[in-house]
Ligand binder design. Structure first.
Ligand SMILES: NC(=O)CC[C@H](N)C(=O)O
Length: 366
């Protein structure tokens, strides 16, 4: 079956249906990862977005039981050049196109994804529609201008109920962390369990008092989809938590922390999505290659009005990748240290969080 990708610029790219048939609307973004498509599909941070994979062959190791980052694919649509016809891997359980079809994800294959990426890099992220209904494509272009990206995406992907997870590593001192779930990836939960944390995961709109009543050693602010400025209740909660407990934020959590402390965020032209973004720790000068997935960033100028200072920078475009509070145990990073998918060399940040919580615990007890 034929399919088309229609962009808000009026450009129409023709390909073949991949996954579910039908129509889907979203913001078209590109990811440069050569592997990790299963993690990308199931990462709740992509809710509302149509993801274009720049790497030209996708699906070659199928879908397995271990790489899911949430219970289902979360992307709004999926664009590939070539979908592997004979996937093979010892852990493979299903094939990609069937998984997409069963989950109702409308995709398209046969698109020159590198050419599409050039268009996005030139223009900035674009709204688009993938459709298997090829009649009336011109009408879709005019309809596209009336559609806007949903603003309630965090509420859609956050847990509706509080739940707990035990520590996996028993060697380390057990610390209790309350996780504010704005659309968390499983690999982050797992990295924290492996760091010896006992987790209480709470919905995105849990008030400050309820979190403090759980008597955590620290609070974690998760990744998540959409514009951070839309997460007003979360920002308010974080304002109440600063100074009460050690705090660590990743990606959306990092952006929300800055907003809570008086900083500002902006929408990047096409964002950072992939597994090879170089980030420098400004104190040690050490560079790590990081996994990233974000379209917003902290505005540097706005940090002057906050108690935060810059700890990490992206070496490709100098954008802010990490901040720390000047005198409280509060820090965050824009990238994904949990390494799923991507390099694992930034996992040490979870140990830093553990150390802050231990110090805080010791200070609190004395
Ligand atoms: N991975 C994330 O947490 C993404 C944060 C935010 N939605 C952005 O696109 O910038």
């Amino acid at each position: 079956m034929k399919a088309a990708l229609v962009l808000e610029t009026g450009k129409i790219l023709l390909g073949e249906s991949f996954g579910a048939a039908g129509e889907t609307f979203g913001e078209v973004v590109f990811n440069t990862g050569m592997t990790g498509y299963q993690e990308v599909l199931t990462d709740p941070s992509y809710a509302g977005q149509i993801v274009c994979m720049t790497y030209p062959l996708i699906g070659n190791y199928g879908i397995n039981r271990v790489d899911d980052q949430s219970e289902k694919p979360q992307v709004q649509g999926f664009i590939v050049k070539e979908a592997a016809r004979n996937p093979s891997h010892w852990q493979m359980e299903k094939n990609l196109s069937r998984t997409l079809a069963q989950s109702g994800v409308v995709g398209i294959k046969g698109i020159d994804t590198r050419a599409l990426t050039r268009i996005i890099r030139e223009h900035g992220v674009l709204r688009g529609i993938i459709t298997t209904e090829l009649e009336g494509l011109q009408e879709i272009v005019s309809r596209l201008n009336t559609l806007s990206v949903p603003t309630d995406v965090v509420a859609r992907v956050s847990t509706p109920k509080t739940y707990t997870l035990p520590p996996i590593s028993r060697e380390k001192e057990i610390l209790h962390v309350v996780v504010m779930d704005f659309g968390i990836k499983r690999n982050i939960l797992q990295a924290m369990q492996e760091s010896g944390f006992r987790l209480t995961v709470v919905p995105h709109n849990t008030p400050t008092e309820k979190i403090l009543n759980l008597q955590p050693d620290g609070v974690f602010l998760s990744n998540g989809p959409g514009d951070p400025k839309e997460v007003a209740t979360g920002i308010k909660t974080i304002q109440g938590l600063v100074g009460e407990r050690p705090i660590f934020g990743i990606c959306l959590g990092h952006q929300l922390l800055s907003l809570a402390l008086g900083g500002d965020t902006y929408k990047m032209k096409f964002g950072h999505r992939g597994g090879n973004q170089p980030v420098q720790d400004l104190t040690t000068k050490r560079v790590t290659i990081t996994s990233q997935n974000h379209g917003y960033a902290i505005s540097e100028k706005s940090l002057e009005q906050t108690p935060l200072y810059i700890t990490h920078r992206n070496l490709n475009d100098q954008s802010i990748e990490g901040v720390k509070h000047r005198n409280l145990p509060v820090f965050s990073v824009q990238y994904h240290p949990e390494a799923g998918p991507g390099p694992s060399e930034s996992l040490y940040l979870f140990d830093e969080f553990a150390q802050l919580m231990q110090e805080w615990r010791a200070g609190y007890a004395s």
